[in-house]
Design a protein around this ligand. Structure first.
Ligand SMILES: *Cc1c(COP(=O)(O)O)cnc(C)c1O
Length: 388
């Protein structure tokens, strides 16, 4: 028995208890890491508790799957070896001729698997400015099978109005997938708004310590679960037991980490907005953000990611990223430590300069993943790095 009553407990409680059952044999409070590839059967073809072979199911992975499903308010969760392995399992369920409408400000790797892997198999994609609900509506075709959304987007922290976008897609009979990596289930719950599937790179905030690569799909429809579990077993993208354990360690503290990520990011954004070297700050929690009202309506708080355009362009961005001491120059995000990167030449370098500028990404853009260090230390670090 799980100690969490899913219908009553709040997310802070579910994060710690959902899927976590003390071991009936010895009372171990933490789920053991079951490093066994195979399981003894009670009779031929009678696996005990359904466990047979760890590619298919593993008890440590099951514990994490129940945990993350509960965080998003879903009936099921399936965990994969990376966020992109989860995306891959999702995309593999489509057939040639199917069409997918997606936001044009997506995670770079998602854009790559769409255009460079699945387009070759005859899946078609249309990219739209997902801030504009009408653009999503206008892109739908009879053969559209899925609307794929990511909000807040990366690196410009643009928002999609999830209620409006999901309602229009559902009216048209289309499936909706939301990549909830940036917001996390602590800040927004797309399934509650009618989305069919939520996707996470658990590498980021869910695991939260920059020490594991993992992903998941979460939903309510048992048919969808069947489809993705079949893929997980047939293609072999399931998350290994030790990584499952590490992610579970992370999800337990999701709520407290997110509170600190959000309050630190807000203070950092406010500091940057008042700095003479800064052209624009992109943070949906700032009043100056064009979608701050939507942010207040849709998200519990504005998240831990901030991007900033410096007046000195690419050179100034590169300088800042080299001079900062606590903000470590590295890709990725969502860990307890603060990171800084320069999207035009790092995470988003594969996008041609013209296309990048046209989408609103200035050459001097710098992206910060604000960690949970002391906020005064973080601001002092940016201050010294900007003013030398
Ligand atoms: C990192 C990331 C992914 C891909 O996840 P991996 O775990 O790196 O495979 C997908 N979406 C978003 C928003 C991400 O930040």
């Amino acid at each position: 028995m799980s100690h969490s009553d899913e219908h009553q407990d709040q997310i802070e409680t579910r994060a710690i208890h959902a899927g976590q059952t003390p071991d009936p044999n010895n009372g171990a409070v933490m789920p053991p890491v079951y490093l066994s590839s195979t399981f003894e059967q009670d009779a031929p073809a009678v696996p005990r508790q359904g466990y047979e072979y760890s590619r298919t199911t593993n008890p440590t992975r099951t514990a994490l799957e129940e945990n993350v499903a509960s965080l998003e308010g879903g009936a099921w969760g399936l965990c994969f070896g990376s966020g992109l392995a989860a995306t891959n399992a999702l995309l593999a369920s489509f057939v040639p001729g199917d069409h997918i409408v997606a936001g044009n400000d997506l995670y770079g790797g998602t854009h790559r698997i769409f255009r460079q892997v699945y387009e070759r198999y005859g899946i078609e994609f249309t990219f739209v400015d997902a801030r504009e609900t009408e653009e999503i509506a206008a892109a739908l075709r009879p053969e559209t099978k899925c609307v794929y959304l990511e909000t807040p987007s990366n690196p410009l922290l643009r928002l999609t109005d999830l209620s409006a976008a999901i309602a229009l897609a559902k009216d048209a009979g289309k499936m909706v997938v939301v990549d909830n990596t940036f917001a996390t289930p602590y800040l927004q719950n797309p399934l509650a708004l009618g989305a069919d599937v939520v996707l996470h790179s658990m590498t980021k905030y869910l695991a939260g310590h920059s020490d594991v690569v993992a992903g998941c799909l979460i939903g309510n429809d048992p048919e969808l679960r069947e489809r993705y579990a079949f893929n997980q077993n047939s293609c072999g993208g399931g998350l290994d037991p030790f990584s499952s354990f590490l992610v579970m360690r992370g999800t337990k503290t999701l709520a407290v980490r997110m509170e600190r990520h959000c309050s630190n990011a807000r203070a950092v954004a406010e500091f940057l907005e008042g700095h003479a070297a800064v052209e624009t700050v992109h943070y949906p929690g700032l009043e100056s953000h064009p979608q701050s009202e939507l942010c207040a309506r849709q998200m519990r708080d504005a998240g831990g990611m901030v991007s900033v355009e410096l007046k000195g362009g690419l050179e100034a961005g590169a300088e800042l990223s080299k001079r900062s001491r606590l903000f470590i120059l590295a890709e990725s995000l969502g860990g307890v430590e603060s990171l800084i990167e320069v999207p035009p030449i790092m995470t988003h370098a594969s996008i041609p300069a013209e296309e990048r500028r046209a989408s609103g990404m200035a050459d001097g853009l710098v992206r910060l993943s604000v960690g949970i260090e002391n906020v005064d230390d973080l601001i002092a670090d940016l201050d010294q790095a900007l003013s030398r």
